[in-house]
Design a binder for this molecule. Structure first.
Ligand SMILES: NC(=O)c1ccc[n+]([C@@H]2O[C@H](COP(=O)([O-])OP(=O)(O)OC[C@H]3O[C@@H](n4cnc5c(N)ncnc54)[C@H](O)[C@@H]3O)[C@@H](O)[C@H]2O)c1
Length: 280
């Protein structure tokens, strides 16, 4: 399917070499777009760019740390030098890290004294901040830098990557969910703030996808489902994990203003029904 209004436009994708965001990059490439992928490791970004070029897009690999404004500003210069002004920003860099989690779902007496348990009281500020900042500051700062290209230009848009944790917190995963809930709020705030400037702002909220980051959480060493992932599937009416391609149609829809030109401030779950289901 060709979305003709995306052809020749420039999209920046932070975290662009990751599992979900590289799928976005390839989908945009197939629309004939300039696709700048930003991330921390040049070799991984270049591998994604090779595929972008083979699919009909123009790829650009730019090393960038999304929690460092100077690094983002340098990345913007590289993108502008290569492609001119940016039309679409996808804030995809993010993710969880075990150091922002508690060990247990529910607090029990004895947890504080137990060295094998990370209780709420054991969460170190720097660990909590690492996860929190990556997900929320790492969305706000790139938006601040790249959105200046969009002022006064039709068809420009920001698409944030939220999570099921944006609606309700997941057990154990406190820092990540606090940040992703912040993304839901920031998406609405920014959509309102720039509505009269013609810049649309939306979010896509992926459900449960098996990726590198959550592999050990969802799969045992022998490939069988962990207790947690059995709960996830039981809570997903469509009975499966997502695959990256499940997200692509929603991403293209939000990017293309001929399809979603009156949609702003929305967060769309792509989750097999997880968010809608209360379990009874
Ligand atoms: N996998 C899931 O089930 C799932 C569900 C909901 C939301 N998400 C979100 O989707 C997005 C992509 O996740 P994914 O599963 O593809 O993970 P991933 O780890 O494959 O991709 C994340 C990317 O972000 C990059 N990154 C991390 N820190 C960075 C930094 N400081 N600066 C620049 N880049 C940085 C990583 O190098 C990686 O390329 C994330 O925001 C994640 O929170 C994932």
């Amino acid at each position: 399917m060709e979305f003709t209004n995306l052809k020749g436009k420039t999209v920046v994708i932070t975290g662009g070499s990751g599992v979900l965001c590289s799928a976005f990059a390839y989908a945009f490439a197939e629309q004939g777009m300039n696709v700048a992928v930003l991330g921390r490791t040049l070799s991984k970004l270049e591998t994604v760019c090779d595929k972008i070029n083979s699919l009909g897009g123009n790829g650009l690999a730019v090393v960038c740390d999304v929690v460092d404004k100077d690094s983002i500003t340098s990345a913007k210069k590289a993108v502008n030098d290569a492609f001119g002004k940016v039309d679409i920003l996808v804030n995809g860099a993010g993710g969880n890290h075990p150091r922002g989690n508690t060990t247990k779902e529910f607090f029990e007496s004895g947890d504080i004294e137990n060295p094998d348990v990370i209780s709420f009281f054991d969460l170190e500020k720097e660990n909590f901040s690492y996860v929190f900042d990556l997900n929320i500051v790492g969305t706000i700062l790139p938006t601040q830098v790249f959105l200046s290209d969009m002022l006064g230009r039709k068809g420009t848009t920001v698409i944030n990557v939220a999570s099921m944790g944006s609606y309700h917190p997941l057990t154990k995963v406190s820092a990540y969910c606090a940040a992703k809930a912040g993304i839901a709020s920031f998406t609405e705030w920014l959509a309102v703030h720039f509505a009269k400037s013609g810049i649309r702002v939306n979010a896509i909220a992926p459900g449960w996808f098996q990726t590198e980051q959550n592999k050990t959480l969802l799969l045992n060493a022998d490939g069988s489902l962990t207790e947690r992932s059995k709960k996830v599937i039981a809570h997903t009416p469509m009975d499966r994990f997502g695959v990256p391609e499940d997200l692509v149609g929603t991403m293209l829809y939000l990017a293309d203003d001929t399809l979603s030109g009156f949609v702003t401030g929305a967060m769309i779950p792509v989750d097999g029904g997880f968010q809608a289901y209360f379990g009874v």
